[in-house]
Ligand binder design. Structure first.
Ligand SMILES: [Zn+2]
Length: 421
């Protein structure tokens, strides 16, 4: 472990300022995927990478590779990546922190005169915020690896209604080449991938630990179009025994499933379960017993067994509540995603890098999805570093202390120096 290496966090601080100034929308930060905000962010980062003398190339999907050349150019490279888009009216750190940490790391290596044995590439990834722009999983990072299914190019951006292919072309990129699977990276050419990201949750702040080493990214079972069907009736004229109240049935379902979550947690399971929507139908109104209620349910865990245990509780509760309350549940289409564990060797390497520098850290599961999934699913050893942050993310109040960023970036830099040899 080299001890004299320090990342150039002044450079990162300057870039955080430039990004904020250029993409502040009056309330928060908006960097539209394949739109003006993301374009501006790529230009700012590119100018700095050019000033650092890094090799720059842009793939057919618009992902930008900024490479510190190593001695062995043909060896599989180390990739440090994250995204530069944001949700509308979001924060300045979600995504950008990972790209700037990569630049600060290679700038520090260059300053120290280090020529790694293999290339280290900082990857600025397109369109990660699927919930805000293109509702598909990680189109940028999958295109970067040549693993994006062609059908994903037909996904429509939620605000414009136009396809990913059309937005890509508008920004000057080549959706036909993406469709053919052309890319600058291939999974076999990547020795390891690490993504630094703000935690987006309260755990590190509460435990006063600056750095998290991610064990895995959760899988999920989700129901977006759940309905409970009862019968509309007069709220004054319908005695209790004749009611088929969809709202109360859904409320019972939500509370009992929440109790089941607590019990599973007490038995050692680790998961999160959220009724993102819990509502009566638009026909509901004063003086009516609700005849229909709707819900969206999102269950996630890095353990498939825990997700499945929760789903089993759901399937146990539904028929029981249906029988007793005279209602019918329509769960609708279930969407599933498998958990993605992070590579054990990468996790160990990151922990060593933290320990060697006396940086407090803990292992933790990710709450959200990240581009690291695309790399892990392509067979690349992948890992993630979380930075303690305040006020969550995807909102204008998202915050991060620069000293925590510096600590996490130092872990990243020492890991990269070791992984690149
Ligand atoms: Zn992010």
């Amino acid at each position: 472990m080299r001890r004299n290496l320090t990342p150039d966090t002044d450079l990162a601080a300057k870039l955080f300022g430039s990004l904020r100034d250029a993409t502040f929308d009056g309330t928060g930060i908006t960097r539209e995927a394949y739109g003006p905000g993301e374009r501006i962010a790529h230009a700012i980062v590119r100018a700095e990478a050019e000033a650092l003398g890094l090799e720059i190339s842009v793939d057919p999907a618009g992902n930008m590779l900024m490479t510190l050349p190593g001695a062995g150019r043909a060896l599989p490279r180390v990739v440090i990546g994250s995204h530069l888009d944001s949700v509308p009216r979001g924060g300045n750190f979600d995504g950008a922190a990972g790209v700037l940490a990569g630049l600060a790391s290679v700038a520090g290596l260059r300053r120290a005169g280090v020529v790694p044995a293999r290339d280290i590439t900082v990857l600025a990834i397109r369109a990660e915020e699927g919930g805000a722009w293109f509702p598909t999983s990680f189109p940028g990072s999958r295109a970067a690896l040549g693993t994006l299914p062609p059908a994903a190019l037909d996904t429509k951006r939620m605000d414009s209604g136009r396809t990913l292919a059309s937005h890509m072309a508008e920004e000057g990129f080549d959706p036909l080449a993406v469709q053919r699977g052309e890319s600058l990276l291939k999974p076999a050419g990547v020795a390891a991938y690490v993504e630094l990201h703000i935690e987006q949750g309260p755990v590190l702040e509460a435990e006063q630990i600056p750095v998290g080493i991610v064990t895995g990214i959760p899988g999920s079972r989700r129901w977006r179009t759940g309905r409970v069907l009862g019968e509309y009736n007069h709220s004054g004229a319908t005695p209790r025994r004749w009611r088929r109240d969809a709202a109360i049935a859904l409320a019972e379902f939500a509370v009992r499933l929440d109790d089941a979550w607590a019990e599973l947690e007490a038995r050692g399971h680790s998961l999160v379960s959220t009724f993102c929507v819990l509502a009566t139908a638009p026909e509901a109104g004063f003086t009516k017993v609700p005849g229909e209620a709707v819900f969206q349910l999102d269950i996630r865990s890095v353990s498939q067994a825990s997700v499945d245990a929760m789903a089993a509780e759901l399937h146990r509760l539904v028929p029981e509540i249906e029988r007793r309350r005279g209602v019918r549940f329509e769960l609708g289409t279930e969407m599933t995603a498998a958990p993605t564990p992070m590579d054990a060797g990468v996790q160990a390497g990151l922990a060593r890098a933290a320990q060697a520098q006396g940086i407090a850290h803990r292992s933790m599961a990710s709450g959200g999805g990240h581009d690291a999934v695309a790399f892990a699913q392509a067979g690349v050893p992948a890992g993630m570093i979380f930075v303690r942050n305040q006020n969550g993310s995807h909102n204008p109040h998202e915050a991060m202390r620069l000293e925590d960023f510096a600590a996490a970036t130092s872990v990243l830099m020492h890991w990269a120096a070791e992984a690149a040899g």
